[in-house]
Design a protein around this ligand. Structure first.
Ligand code: SF4
Ligand code: MSK
Length: 636
């Protein structure tokens, strides 16, 4: 007997519903005409998605399973081991945090190791680009700086950071202690969620979610919160702070965003992934006169490096490198037919890129031993041979230019100017060295509150729509929006990162703030690890006002979240005391207990609440209400 025949979805009927970005619609047409599938087609092929998975009530943590709980109460209410829906949902949720936190922690470790190698003279390819930042970090950590050689300071700072990853004592990691506010540290101590070492917290979550260990949903969630704290104030903080030391602390910088940054007559190289160790070197190598000449000899005008996802943002915010797009544009960039190489490191790189690249002349170049993709060209990157590898990669891209099929090239025209590079240091400098003018504007009500919008695209959500709608709605109501990652790219494409344009869309309060302080209503603070910058800012504002972070008129939002990293980021904002909106349904509705803890009871513990709302207008309204309520309680 024959089963039903699987039909691969080849077309998306209504492309208007897929994205607000015209480049996506144009290139989806081209992809379909050329028989190429994208994430949107594969999402269709997955319908209907598993209801147990959506509710978080399936478990395959052991070989007695897989087990699933019947959400309607007719079937099994316990797994083979006896785990209930509450246990299973909580375990699954914190395993997502473990995946996300581990990614950030590994990222932080890579950067810290390079700083250590630079400080000890073992790596000559990188340098201390920002001594002032290094000294500021040293002072926070209590490392003596007076009259000392900068390399000695760097060595001490790197050693302290590296110890925090794998130390065995129960002390709070030095970075967490140095960067979190006193009030938060006290609260976390009371709740028993003070982390000890970053790797240890990842291991502990994997351990406690093993069959036969932790079955208590609240205890499990607190374990997840402890790990998320280790991510935000630990792994991610190290990644951000040391990237500033090695590559420079971002300052406002102008560039261009969207697929129109690809150039028809140039060799186009996309850097995609997260860790700037590679992308910064590719940018450098592409400026090498010998390689530029090679490109010209092969008929190109030059070499054009553009960014995708957060490693793109790392080189955008420091070097002004144009951004090709955000997460859901990675396949479409290749569909333009104009990309000689997509060079990737880690995270958010769809394995499907190899299939798309195969349909064109594009070389997909993977570089990291833990991130190989069948069908890609693998050129191993290590910081010890950074320059050679980067040059080799650029050479491969250049030599691939003559293979481009000119008749298949279609580069969308759309591109938009944007301003990025608003680190905390740059913001402070912008305000004249003190937060006071900002705080005054908040007290006066010109700035009603602040919302931090973070990361990601998700094909379940109309691409960029929620990001842009929420941002516009908030600034119209005088709420300053700061953010990172794929939100920032969406905001840039919509023109929201052109200060004067955003000011025109903003309410009278924010417009006044822009006129008086030149503070834009919408602020690009960096890549997804740079959410740590928002934590630093929140801590500084709370301390300046003499209150705890959970009292501030501040909300977090992840309107189009997809990744486990977003789950970890959202959770560390909850740990900071910030209410966090998510625009995609997280897999927790299978447990009333877990849903209740995360969406309601968390507040009782001094943590933020999770707000689940898929409609961007309704979400913005909820955020405005929270801001008003907090202002009222603060008496402003
Ligand atoms: Fe089933 Fe328990 Fe094993 Fe999970 S841990 S698969 S619920 S037996
Ligand atoms: S790249 S984690 S989709 S922000 Fe950082 Fe974008 Fe989210 Fe990846």
């Amino acid at each position: 007997m024959k089963g039903p025949v699987y039909e691969r979805p080849r077309t998306i009927e209504n492309k208007e519903e897929v994205s607000i970005d015209p480049t996506v619609r144009q290139l989806l047409e081209k992809a379909e005409a050329e028989g190429i599938e994208t994430a949107w087609h594969r999402l269709l092929a997955q319908q209907p998605q598993c209801g147990f998975g959506l509710l978080g009530i399936c478990c395959r943590n052991c070989l007695m399973g897989p087990c699933r709980i019947d959400p309607f109460g007719y079937g099994p209410q316990r797994g083979v081991c006896g785990a209930t829906a509450d246990t299973i949902v909580a375990r699954n949720f914190i395993r997502m945090i473990a995946g996300g936190a581990a990614a950030h922690i590994d990222h932080g470790r890579e950067i810290a190791l390079v700083l250590y190698e630079v400080a000890t003279g073992k790596n000559k390819y990188y340098k201390i680009a920002d001594e002032k930042k290094l000294i500021a970090i040293a002072q926070r950590l209590g490392v003596p700086t007076e009259g000392r050689d900068i390399m000695e300071i760097a060595k001490d700072v790197a050693e302290i950071a590296l110890r925090d990853f794998g130390k065995q004592d129960d002390e709070v990691p030095a970075f967490v202690k140095a960067y979190a506010t006193k009030r938060r540290l006290e609260l976390w101590k009371k709740l028993g969620v003070l982390p000890r070492a970053y790797d240890r917290e990842v291991t502990e979550v994997m351990h406690r979610t093993h069959m036969g260990v932790d079955a208590d949903p609240l205890n499990l969630l607190l374990g997840g919160i402890k790990l998320a704290i280790a991510d935000g104030w630990g792994g991610s903080m190290v990644a951000t702070e040391f990237s500033d030391v090695l590559f420079g602390t971002p300052k406002p910088i102008k560039s261009v965003v969207n697929l129109g940054v690809l150039k028809e007559d140039y060799v186009n190289i996309i850097v995609h992934g997260h860790i700037p160790l590679l992308s910064a070197k590719v940018v450098e190598a592409a400026r090498d006169p010998e390689l530029v000449k090679l490109a010209q000899d092969l008929g190109a005008k030059g070499i054009n490096v553009v960014g995708m996802c957060c490693t793109g943002i790392e080189v955008l915010q420091r070097l002004g490198v144009p951004m090709a797009g955000n997460m859901l544009q990675q396949e479409l960039a290749i569909v333009t037919g104009a990309v000689e190489a997509t060079v990737v490191d880690v995270q958010c790189i769809m394995p499907a890129l190899a299939n798309v690249a195969r349909c064109y002349h594009t070389k997909l170049i993977t570089t990291i031993p833990i991130a190989k993709i069948p069908g890609s060209v693998y050129i191993e990157f290590t910081p010890e041979k950074a320059d050679e590898v980067a040059r080799e990669i650029v050479r491969i891209a250049v030599e691939n230019f003559p293979n481009r099929a000119k008749e298949r090239v279609m580069i969308p025209k759309e591109k938009m100017e944007l301003w990025a590079g608003f680190s905390v240091e740059a913001l402070l400098e912008h305000l004249g060295g003190t937060l006071d003018p900002f705080l005054e504007a908040v007290k006066r009500g010109d700035i009603r509150g602040v919302v931090g919008i973070v990361g990601c695209n998700n094909p379940k959500v109309k691409h960029d729509y929620s990001h842009v709608t929420i941002t516009k709605e908030l600034i119209k109501n005088d709420v300053l929006v700061v953010g990172t990652g794929c939100w920032a790219t969406a905001a840039g494409k919509a023109g929201l990162l052109i200060p004067e344009k955003a000011a025109e869309m903003a309410g009278p309060g924010l417009r006044k703030v822009y006129e008086e302080l030149k503070l834009p209503p919408v602020i690009h603070m960096g890549s997804c690890v740079d959410n740590s910058r928002i934590l630093v800012l929140l801590g500084a504002v709370a301390d300046a006002l003499g209150v705890d972070i959970n009292q501030l008129p501040v909300v977090g939002s992840a309107p189009e979240a997809y990744s486990e990293k977003a789950v970890s980021i959202g959770t560390y904002f909850l740990a900071a005391g910030v209410d966090v909106h998510i625009g995609v349904i997280p897999p927790i509705y299978g447990s009333d207990v877990v849903t209740n803890i995360l969406t309601k009871e968390a507040e009782k513990y001094g943590l933020g609440r999770l707000i689940i709302e898929t409609d961007p207008h309704a979400a913005a309204k909820i955020m405005l209400d929270i801001i008003d309520e907090k202002r009222k309680k603060l008496g402003i």
